[in-house]
Structures are given as C-alpha cells and as structure tokens.
Design a protein around this ligand. Structure first.
Ligand code: NAP
Ligand code: MG
Length: 400
C-alpha cells in the first residue's frame, strides 16, 4: 500500500471482531498501512471526543476510511461509563459534518437466502439524503381556534408570508426546510456513486403535491444530471425520476441492481424495508460518499451490545462479521483503485469471494442460519470459527 487507509476503531462486539478480522483476514495477506484512530468510548472520553474530529479530518485528507461501529452515548451509557461526563454526538454525525456526503446502503446478497420479493436478483442500494426535512423541523401543538402563518425574513428586509391554515380547534403544526446546497451535494454524490458502481440511478419525490419543495429536489437532480449525461450515456446507464409511490411499485416488480436516491424520510423508511427484505442488518454495507470523491466504509449495524455482554461472560458468540469484512474489502478496493494498485483491488475481491464461498458451503453464523432456504444444509459456527473458515478459503483463492 502507498497511501494509508484511515482506520477508525470502535466499541463492544464489533471492536472484538475488528481485531479478529485484521489478525485472520488482513495482516497475513496484505502489507496493511493504516492511520489508526481509536473511537472506542474510553478513548473518546480520554480525549474529550477530539479523536473523533481527528478521524474525520484524516478521512477528509486521505480520502478513504473504514470504520467500526461505535456507541452513541445516551443517559444509560453514563451509568455504564462513569467517566462519561457529557453526551458526545454520534461519531457518525461528527464525521459526516466534517466530510459531508451521502450514505449508500447495499445488502450483501447470498444464494441461500431468498429475498422476500421474488423478482429481486441483484441488490438495491438506497441513498438517503440525511439532511433537513422533518429531521430538522420545528413543530408545536395549539389548542384554540386561530391561524398559523409561515414567514421568511430576508436579510435585505424583504418578507414573505403565507397562511398555512385557519383552524377552529386543537391542531398540530410543523415547519421544515432544506437547502439548495445540500440537495445539490446529495445529487452529485448520487451521480458519482452511480458512475463509480456502474448502476442506474432512480430518484423519487412527490412533486405533484409539493410543487415547490419537492419540485426543487427534482429540478436540482435534473440539472446535475445534465452535467454527467454524456458519461451516463457512454456507460449505458440511466437516470430516472419518478413519483415516490410509483417508485415503490416499480421497485417491487424490479430485478434490482440499481441505486434508489430517497429524500430523508423516504430513505429512513425504505432502507429498513430493503435490508430486512434482502436478509438482515448484519448483511448490509454502508458507504459515505462525498461529492468530491471521499469514501468512508462501514457495516450498517451497531456494536451488537447484547452479544458483547455474553462475550464478557466468556461465551463464544456467533456474531456475523460479514458486513464488517465488506467494509474492509470496499475500502481496500477503493484505495487500490485510487492509487492504481491492482493487487490491492484483487485482494479486496478475493476477500469478498472467500466470504461468499464460505457461506455458500453452508458455514455461517446463527443469524443467517435462521434465514436459510429450507433444505439448505447449514453448519452454525461461532464468529472465530467462521473467520477461520473464511481465512482458509481466502488462502486457497490467493494461492491460485
Ligand atoms: P445493533 O448493534 O445493530 O444490534 C441490534 C441487534 O441486531 C443485535 O442485538 C442482534 O440481534 C442483531 N445484530 C446486529 N448486528 C448483528 C451482527 N453483526 N450479527 C448478528 N446479529 C446482529 O443495534 P443496537 O443494539 O440498537 O445498538 C447497539 C449500539 O450500537 C448502540 O450503542 C448504538 O448507539 C450503536 N450503533 C452504532 C452504529 C454505528 O456506529 N454505525 C449504528 C447503529 C447503532 P440478537 O441480539 O437478536 O442476536
Ligand atoms: Mg430507519
């Protein structure tokens, strides 16, 4: 490797697996060079969360990062970690605020799990615009008859006011917004990722009802598409806009293999539907892509706290490491691509192939065994045995 990969370590069960993945699947095979940041909660506490900012800055500087799941502190965690004096924001939010960008979530399909939707043959990637709308809205409730207005006061002194509604009884109200810049960056990241991964891009909204708000999303996507239309056409890819309800119907009849860009709420809902319909969160990868081509790879799941408590009691858990391994392989492939290191790209591919061949031979963790097609013969392994089985397949693939 030439440029180091930004390595962001994390918490609990995924921190344990992180070490094992490195020991068993990476260090024996790759000259691994990383710029390491320990975002385990004890070190975030020790550095008053500065390490998270440093990790984000390193990712912005070096361009490719791989991240382990991390605890987002809440009240309960303060009892568990008495040294935790304030609730740090979620590391993902801190890193995203430094990098910007859009998160793409893709299920890792396996032959022995049938997607809940029979027509799906290839994964569907969801891109969620993780900014604004109801997630940054202001809302209140009122109890008496009256009128609600919405006012924008420009710095120039100009004002714009509309009546939202006059009501005769108790009511609830919500004001939401989005920013042209944020929508444009979202669109750019989507087009970039579609070109990168050679997939069609769908975008959906509801501009027949919300002509100005959703209409703006549509217009910005269409404007950004014009900039990359030649590249799309050259690669035989398609961008297509449709209404959210039509998109849902088409997704259900599709064979998959495309990126579906969603507004914030739609993406929140649809990504849970897509992951559970393909298999589970433990088989979902997540990559943050910025409009200027920076990447952060991770598994979509959390730190798997319940398994960690069992691990602390000495139990060997059967926690699924596949999405974490794919985060590493994704990051290594991207680093290899950017630094023109074809061996690194091939290694990333071999690692993914080793996961697939191990799984397809019936060796897997408990969560997947529960989802296998009837009749498929399964051997449930604990995480360590499963990683050893993958390492064996990987050594075989690499020696060919
Ligand atoms: P979680 O860690 O995703 O786990 C929820 C449940 O899903 C687990 O108890 C387990 O079910 C199953 N599961 C998830 N990943 C699995 C895997 N790899 N293998 C097997 N089963 C798996 O979510 P959580 O328990 O809600 O959150 C735990 C911590 O993670 C929280 O502190 C949260 O802040 C953090 N979190 C971090 C990120 C991130 O860094 N990206 C994302 C989400 C959550 P069973 O127990 O039934 O086996
Ligand atoms: Mg959700």
């Amino acid at each position: 490797m030439t440029t180091p990969l930004v390595e962001i370590d994390g918490d609990e069960m995924t921190r344990i697996l992180w070490q094992q993945i490195k020991e068993k699947l990476l260090l024996p095979f790759v000259d691994l060079k990383t710029d390491y940041y320990d975002l385990g909660l004890p070190n975030r506490i020790a550095t008053d969360d500065r390490v998270t900012v440093e990790a984000g800055e390193a990712a912005a500087r070096l361009g490719v990062a791989v991240k382990c799941a991390t605890i987002t502190p809440n009240k309960k965690r303060m009892e568990e970690y008495p040294a935790l004096k304030r609730l740090f924001p979620s590391p993902n939010a801190t890193i995203r605020s430094i990098l910007g960008g859009t998160i793409f979530r893709t299920p890792i399909p396996v032959d022995f799990v049938e997607p809940a939707v029979r027509s799906w043959q290839k994964p569907i990637t969801i891109a969620r615009h993780a900014f604004g709308d109801i997630y940054k809205a202001s809302e209140f409730a009122t109890t008496e008859p009256g009128e609600c207005t919405l006012t924008f006061r420009g710095e120039s002194g100009e004002e714009k006011t509309v009546t939202v509604q006059k009501v005769t009884g108790p009511a609830v109200w919500l004001g939401q917004f989005n920013l042209d810049d944020s929508i444009r960056n979202f669109a750019r990241a989507c087009f970039r990722y579609a070109l990168d991964s050679r997939q069609d891009l769908w975008f959906s909204a509801k501009d027949t009802i919300s002509k100005t708000y959703d209409g703006r999303f549509r217009t910005i996507f269409e404007e950004e598409y014009e900039a990359c239309r030649p590249e799309f056409e050259r690669l035989g890819l398609r961008f297509f806009y449709t209404l959210i309800d039509d998109a849902v119907a088409r997704v259900m009849r599709s064979s998959g293999g495309f990126i579906w860009a969603c507004k914030n709420y739609d993406g929140d809902v649809m990504s849970d539907m897509i992951s559970s319909a393909f298999s589970s969160l433990a088989m979902m990868t997540s990559v943050l892509v910025t409009p200027d081509g920076k990447y952060e790879f991770e598994a979509a799941h959390g730190t798997v706290t319940r398994h960690y408590y069992r691990y602390l009691k000495g139990e060997k858990t059967s926690t699924n490491p596949v999405a974490m391994i794919f985060a590493w392989s994704g990051a290594l492939k991207k680093r290899g691509e950017l630094d023109a290191l074809p061996e690194l790209v091939s290694f990333g591919e071999a690692l993914e192939q080793a996961c697939r061949s191990t799984l397809n031979s019936g060796k897997m963790t408990g969560d997947l065994a529960a989802m296998a097609k009837p009749g498929f013969s399964v051997t449930v392994l604990n995480s360590e045995e499963f990683l050893d089985a993958i390492a064996k397949d990987l050594a075989g693939i690499l020696s060919k």
